[in-house]
Design a protein around this ligand. Structure first.
Ligand code: SAM
Length: 383
């Protein structure tokens, strides 16, 4: 099964136009999990050296990020077999969510099972495939075929050979104690680029589940105040729990549509707009559903947030705009829109990726060059 089957034809053409001969390697990389899986040390609670000691005691192999003092990463294991490997075992077909989890080393839980070959018995070796037929792992059935289709909970297959293996961290003691937050390297760069200061009025316009807000809080050592907004109640609830786990105390959560931000009547010194986007840069993608039409519609949607941010910033205030997507329209084209509205591009304090397409001051993270998710960061000032 070729990686190309994972991308709609129109999107493949879009990537070829935008990235030329690099489009194929980008698409191949998007299908795989990141090579280096990052976590952010929560320096409100522990130092990097101490956390590294703890993680080693828990049997892991943490490494120090060469870029950020609070960054730790783990090397991915795999691929353990090639795309066309056919072990010819009885098959279990799973939904996309379960397939993506197994693909990265998780166990297969019964709610993820869509179908299973008749006659599979507990203890039998099976292959696990996504609904399109991609082999994501091999394991030992812990239920018979009927039970794994019907059961609402429990491990259906103990995965012994996943395609890739990333460390599973959420059961660790150090996780429970709030010593770290799983966050990609590009996401970690964002809070630094904002350069938050204690006296600033800071607004995070699309904040949940709180990765970047909690990082800003950490850089401020829990001082000052961050106004964090999101329109999803569920995600805000999760964020509240996360902030508690991490010991973050300087965040005010607001449930609202941030396109209406100017109605709050606040004048902000710094605004972070980590915009809702087509998420084309997220890895791994077993298959992509978005098309160029979605890109255009999303870029238009993002401009409502941009306008609200510009109206809310004080003169001289800073806007950091980020996305986890690879398209031109949601990134550089929206930055051009900001410039047309009077914002000026600013130098970024940490610049470890590539320059933008036609814009030097913005940074683009590429899956094939930086071995990260696809990501974009721009920093602008209101003149
Ligand atoms: N910044 C977050 C972090 O680092 O953990 C991730 C934010 S995610 C990319 C985008 C967020 O925008 C989602 O949580 C979504 O609920 C929120 N969102 C989408 N439309 C919104 C709106 N109109 N107003 C406020 N938030 C919105």
């Amino acid at each position: 099964m070729s990686y190309l089957e994972a991308f709609p034809q129109e999107l493949q053409e879009y990537y070829r136009k935008l990235f030329g001969s690099e489009a194929d390697i980008i698409m191949q990389k998007l299908r795989e999990p990141v090579e280096k899986y990052y976590i952010r040390v929560n320096t409100l609670k522990i130092s990097r050296d101490k956390l590294i000691e703890e993680l080693k005691k828990e049997g892991l192999k943490p490494k120090r990020s060469p870029y950020l003092e609070e960054g730790i990463y783990f090397e991915r294991e795999g691929p353990n077999f090639s795309d066309d490997y056919n072990p010819k075992l009885p098959k279990v077909i799973v939904n996309k969510f379960a397939a993506e989890s197994v693909y990265q080393g998780a166990q297969l839980y019964a709610p993820g099972v869509l179908n299973a070959d008749k006659g599979i018995r507990e203890g039998e070796e099976v292959e696990i495939r996504d609904p399109r037929g991609l082999l994501v792992g091999i394991g030992i059935a812990r239920m018979d075929y009927k039970e794994m289709i019907l059961a609402k909970r429990g491990i259906a297959v103990e995965v012994t050979l996943p395609k890739f293996k990333l460390p599973s961290l959420s059961e660790l003691k150090s996780y429970e104690k709030g010593y770290f937050y799983a966050q990609s390297l590009p996401s970690m760069v964002v809070a630094h680029v904002l350069e938050p200061e204690e006296s600033d009025v800071i607004i995070d316009m699309t904040a949940a589940p709180g990765g970047k807000t909690s990082h800003i809080a950490q850089l401020l050592q829990n001082r000052g105040e961050i106004i964090a907004i999101d329109k999803s109640r569920n995600r805000l609830k999760k964020m509240e729990e996360e902030l508690k786990r991490l010991g973050v105390k300087n965040v005010k959560l607001i449930h609202m549509d941030s396109r209406k931000l100017p109605e709050l009547g606040i004048e902000a010194d710094k605004i972070l707009l980590d915009a809702p986007c087509t998420a084309l840069g997220i890895r791994p993608k077993l298959w992509e559903t978005r098309t160029p039409k979605d890109i255009v519609a999303t870029a238009r949607y993002q401009r409502h947030f941009i306008s609200a941010a510009i109206r809310t910033l004080r003169k001289g205030g800073v806007l950091v705009y980020s996305t986890c997507t690879l398209s031109y329209e949601e990134n550089e084209e929206n930055v051009k829109y900001m410039i047309s509205k009077g914002l000026k591009l600013e130098r970024q304090s940490i610049f470890i990726a590539s320059h933008g397409i036609g814009i030097h001051e913005v940074q683009r993270f590429y899956p094939h060059k930086h071995l990260t998710q696809g990501f974009f960061i721009a920093k602008l000032r209101k003149a």
